[in-house]
Design a binder for this molecule. Structure first.
Ligand code: GLC
Length: 737
């Protein structure tokens, strides 16, 4: 019913340009068959039209396509063949409106990727994806550039806030769920940025040098799992080089791994400004995105000439066009056309953002049970983080202008980041939410700029709550793990003045906490999105029992990191004469080496015996859980069973994690669960391990090998706290790549 009404409404509104054809209700033909038939009918010009896209925002308003939503990208449709225009928007955290191309448009802002990942809850990621995808559809977009699953390798990475943590299984499972949610709206999602675009320094020019096995067991595995779980219509290839070859013309990545080994059937679009040749179409790239940024019409005029001259076989163009068309069919973009100005229930969508923010808050420290705050608290002093205005968000293409708009923006960043980096605060204000949560308390706010005044105010209050923030943005990595400015000093002064101090971290990356021992309660709220202030107040007030667990390791010191400084921090500036193509930044090419190889994050800490400040998987609760009855079974398939019991007096969700240890190897997360249990309730959990997580990738025979042997199994509350320990014997296994 909905569908027919939808299509009737559409055809009435847009009868002049695009009417769904009878063939939209296909018979038995597969998307691939339909696409093959259609492409045979297309002219060279029509095929070329499908494979290159531009940024409408770069066009003068008068030249912008009629009735099309202005976002990240646009490709005209083939109306006479029932192919809709391809209209794309960013990104994983909601429909962005960077630099306001759709004057005044807003959208529901999900919390940042690390907050979403802290939920360890695939169904939440799916719901969040479904919600932002519905807003993309309602605003007229049928492609959403979501699905960032690059691993957090360096905790100073500028875009880590957007991504889903340091572990390939966690990132892949959650990324796949998010993609599946977005695509439930009959739109296409991407998975990005393929591959190893794990830092911003030199992102457009540096080459990541890593052995194939290490790639396969880490970043590539996150993509492989995300593609299996989410079936993204498109893969966005990355800016950087891998092994000296740009990712968007890298036959190893795009033809061998993605197609030959993984059987990916969708299409590969470039990142915006990531194309360097027309020959890329021979190496697996199907679509040039944001072509104005590349500065060359690689996949339009130059491709036309190359095909006409025979330099590029016609078959290569046909293949790219067919991949795009079959994906349009497979995700029903033709049968479910989008139109701008659809109806959006921002209240209902805000509730999804609230749930995501609540499940993403990680309780790191709660000495003496200071939290949840007693309702009898009489005076509460709130400091910093512009908590009176809203919550911060990360900078760049993923930044969403929240419903209600930004209350404050500050340009920041350097180099190419200056085009993106906008410190911005919006969404629900933590201060206002705290006032609603504690109506009988006298709540004051101080911006924290004057530590003396702040300390004096803290001294007079029952409770001090400090909002500590650290800005992160696309196109620029952070140079240290410390909080910005004089916040460490501020927190120390407030904690010295008031023994009941709470620190709320609004961060896009792990941070150092020199004041940690002086602060009884610490929560990581990340960039908490549209309803972040409400989520923070509801967790601090105990309305919500925190269940977040860290998706990234918090180092205790910078020298625990594989690279003491971000690779390329010392790259040579480009010669003044060099034409600085967009994003190529201002540096000469350099290589990036990640000494950890496949052992990103907690695996590196385990391998080196380093003790982190807070480990991967860590998070506290207002109740307490216990684990018992561990049973394992091995042979060809490793499965683990155990019981979780809520021994406390209030409902709560726990995230028991299962790790596998092999002699001489770093431990690996092989599974988890997120049971919600009432007081005294118990539940049996069963985890079955994917052999690709356990095994090693053997490059010679191009397959995964699980060596026969006896392995240690740990069930724990983090990567460093095993509660149950057992062993399991596995027989040798081979798994295709
Ligand atoms: C950006 C990002 C990518 C985004 C695209 C379009 O530079 O790398 O994630 O989707 O360009 O804005």
């Amino acid at each position: 019913m909905h569908r027919h009404i939808h299509m009737l409404l559409f055809s009435a509104a847009m009868a002049t340009t695009f009417v769904p054809q009878a063939w939209a209700r296909t018979g038995q033909k597969s998307p691939d068959q339909r696409a093959a038939e259609l492409v045979q009918k297309l002219t060279l010009a029509q095929k070329i039209q499908l494979v290159h896209g531009m940024m409408p925002v770069f066009l003068p308003v008068a030249k912008r396509p009629e009735g099309i939503a202005v976002g990240a990208g646009y490709i005209a449709g083939l109306t006479e063949h029932g192919i809709p225009p391809q209209v794309s928007t960013d990104a994983s955290l909601g429909v962005s409106n960077l630099n306001d191309p759709r004057k005044g448009d807003v959208a529901t802002a999900l919390p940042s990727g690390l907050a979403l990942a802290s939920s360890w809850n695939p169904s939440l990621l799916h719901d969040g994806g479904a919600m932002i995808g519905s807003e993309a559809r309602a605003k007229g977009f049928n492609i959403m550039l979501a699905g960032g699953v690059n691993l957090v390798r360096d905790p100073r990475g500028g875009r880590n806030f957007e991504y889903l943590g340091e572990d390939p299984l966690l990132a892949g499972v959650l990324g796949g769920a998010q993609i599946s949610g977005v695509q439930s709206n009959h739109i296409i999602a991407t998975i990005k940025h393929f591959a190893l675009n794990d830092q911003e320094t030199g992102r457009n020019i540096a080459s990541v040098e890593m052995g194939e096995a290490a790639m396969r067991e880490s970043d590539l595995l996150a993509f492989q799992i995300g593609i299996e779980k989410g079936d993204p219509g498109s893969v966005m290839c990355a800016y950087n080089k891998v092994g000296g070859v740009f990712a968007c013309e890298n036959p190893f990545l795009l033809n061998d791994v993605l197609r030959r080994d993984w059987g990916f059937k969708g299409f590969v679009m470039s990142d915006w400004g990531a194309v360097h040749s027309t020959e890329a179409i021979l190496h697996g790239l199907d679509q040039q995105s944001g072509e104005q940024i590349d500065g060359k019409p690689y996949f339009s005029t130059l491709l036309d000439a190359a095909v006409t001259s025979g330099h590029i076989p016609q078959a290569a163009l046909d293949r790219a066009a067919q991949r795009i068309v079959r994906t349009i069919y497979a995700h029903q973009l033709d049968a479910w056309p989008v139109t701008p100005n659809g109806k959006i229930d921002y209240d209902a969508n805000g509730a999804v953002a609230l749930r995501a923010a609540e499940e993403g808050i990680v309780l790191l420290r709660n000495e003496g049970g200071l939290l949840p705050l007693a309702s009898t608290a009489r005076t509460i002093a709130v400091f910093g983080g512009h908590a009176d205005l809203g919550v911060p968000s990360g900078g760049g293409s993923s930044q969403v202008t929240p419903v209600g708009g930004f209350k404050l923006t500050e340009r920041t960043g350097s180099g190419i980041a200056a085009a993106f980096a906008k410190k911005a605060y919006g969404g629900a204000s933590p201060l206002e939410a705290l006032k609603r949560a504690f109506p009988n308390a006298d709540i004051s706010f101080d911006d924290g700029k004057d530590p003396d005044a702040a300390a004096a105010l803290a001294k007079r209050a029952d409770i001090a709550i400090v909002f500590a923030e650290k800005f992160a943005t696309e196109a620029e990595d952070q140079s240290t793990l410390s909080l910005d400015g004089r916040q460490d000093e501020l927190i120390g002064r407030i904690a010295d003045a008031n023994a009941r101090t709470i620190v709320v971290l609004e961060i896009g990356n792990p941070v150092l906490m020199p004041w940690q021992s002086k602060v009884p309660a610490i929560v990581a709220a990340w960039y908490s999105g549209q309803r972040g202030g409400d989520a923070i107040a509801r967790v601090l007030g105990g309305v919500v029992n925190p269940s977040g667990r860290l998706p990234v390791t918090f180092p205790a010191a910078q020298d625990q990191l594989p690279n003491s400084l971000v690779p390329g921090h010392d790259a040579q500036p480009l010669d003044k004469s060099a034409k600085i193509v967009y994003g190529l930044g201002q540096t000469k090419p350099f290589d990036i080496h990640y000494p950890e190889g496949s052992d990103a994050g907690y695996r590196w800490f385990d391998r080196n015996g380093f003790k982190p400040l807070y480990p991967f998987g860590y998070g506290l609760s207002y109740t307490r859980f216990s684990y018992s009855d561990l049973r394992t079974s091995g042979g060809k398939k490793l499965s683990v069973r155990f019981t979780v019991t809520n021994g406390g007096d209030r409902k709560g969700a726990d995230v028991p994690q299962v790790y596998l240890l092999r002699p001489g190897k770093a431990k690996r997360l092989i599974g988890w669960s997120k049971p919600e249990l009432g007081p005294g309730e118990a539940k049996q959990i069963q985890i079955t391990a994917d052999p690709r997580i356990i095994g090693d990738f053997d490059v010679t025979s191009r397959r995964w090998i699980v060596p026969a042997g006896t392995y240690r199994v740990e069930v724990g509350t983090s990567a460093t706290s095993a509660v149950l320990v057992g062993s399991v014997t596995l027989t040798k296994q081979f798994v295709k790549p």
